[in-house]
Design a protein around this ligand. Structure first.
Ligand code: SAM
Length: 306
């Protein structure tokens, strides 16, 4: 079964049996305070970035730094269609206020009307980059055909994503481009000038063709099997990425949610789930601290070449 058929199958399962398929689903939005940790980077110049694509928000938050070249990778091929096809077209279609309204409509509102959703896709379709249009034409047609039969109050993008990360307060805090109209306009300008390439790849395995100022891989450790994993194993896992850094380049290596619980002022004893790495070991490493929308402190582990 090819990728497109798998996507159709997950649509069918959701509409027919209400089974949520997580195999391919993409995070609709980031759940990391990317805006804040990028602001805290102590680096004058960032020309070349490698990032996991995921929801696309790592890429889109780079709009305020404006690197001219960004290489994107993800093991999930749907991220390319979601972030570079759908999400980019949505930015093109909407001004700031419309974007906020559109994502509320698409991911949160209970008000479901199939004709409104059809009109939305008719408008968006022509703004989707040509290379992604055949995929979307096929998927949209299939979805509306199935909706005629199953009539479920669920939108296409809620089936294709893990939409439960929609939280307007968090999204505004975590995404620089959502903080103000001015920043949103900067994102639109950035989209027209940045050169991106996408490869379906495991970021740890493939040889990199380039050297980077910044590598954003803060969201991949959860996917690694980590039995008896310690600080040494972590350094060796990231060895090939460290070799792909420019001399003063940095890696955003892992995002730690609620490392410090502000209410109890206690740290997580094992900040990286399923590893043996202790709080005190991690606190010896370079960390960028940031706030999360719950009021706790998150942190990003930073690794360098040397
Ligand atoms: C947990 S999700 C993204 C959520 C994340 N916290 C964020 O803010 O976007 C992690 C993403 O990394 C991708 N991924 C996981 N392991 C990877 C790897 N070894 N190489 C490339 N992509 C990977 C997944 O397919 C997924 O899109």
């Amino acid at each position: 079964m090819n990728f497109q058929e798998l996507v159709k199958l997950s649509i069918l399962k959701r509409l027919r049996d209400n089974i949520v398929s997580n195999d391919l689903a993409v995070y609709a939005f980031t759940n990391e305070n990317i805006n804040d940790y990028l602001n805290k980077l102590k680096k004058d110049k960032i020309d070349k970035v490698l990032t996991v694509l995921a929801s696309g928000d790592h890429l889109y938050n780079l709009a305020l730094i404006k690197p001219p070249l960004v290489d994107l990778v993800d093991i999930n091929p749907l991220t390319e269609y979601y972030a570079l096809g759908f999400k980019k077209a949505l930015f093109k279609m909407c001004d700031y206020g419309e974007y906020i309204e559109a994502i509320y409509y698409l991911f949160k509102s209970d008000n479901y009307d199939i004709d409104i959703e059809k009109k939305f896709w008719e408008k968006l379709f022509n703004l989707i980059e040509e290379k992604y249009q055949p995929f979307f034409r096929d998927i949209i047609t299939f979805y509306f055909k199935m909706q005629k039969i199953y009539k479920r109050k669920i939108r296409l993008m809620q089936i294709l994503t893990k939409d439960y990360y929609y939280n307007e307060e968090a999204l505004r805090l975590y995404n620089g481009y959502m903080m103000s109209e001015e920043n949103y306009e900067k994102l639109k300008e950035f989209l027209d000038i940045v050169k991106v390439s996408f490869n379906k790849q495991n970021i740890f395995l493939e040889d990199k063709k380039d050297y980077y100022d910044l590598i954003m891989a803060s969201n991949v450790l959860d996917y690694v099997i980590k039995r008896e994993f310690n600080m040494d194993s972590l350094y060796s896992l990231y060895r090939s990425l460290r070799n792909s850094l420019k001399g003063d380049g940095i890696i955003m290596a892992h995002y730690i949610y609620s490392f410090l619980d502000k209410k109890t002022l206690s740290y997580k004893s094992y900040p990286i789930p399923s590893t043996d790495i202790l709080e005190r070991e991690l606190k010896r490493e370079e960390l960028i601290w940031t706030d999360n929308y719950k009021g706790d402190k998150d942190a990003v582990l930073v690794l360098r070449k040397y």
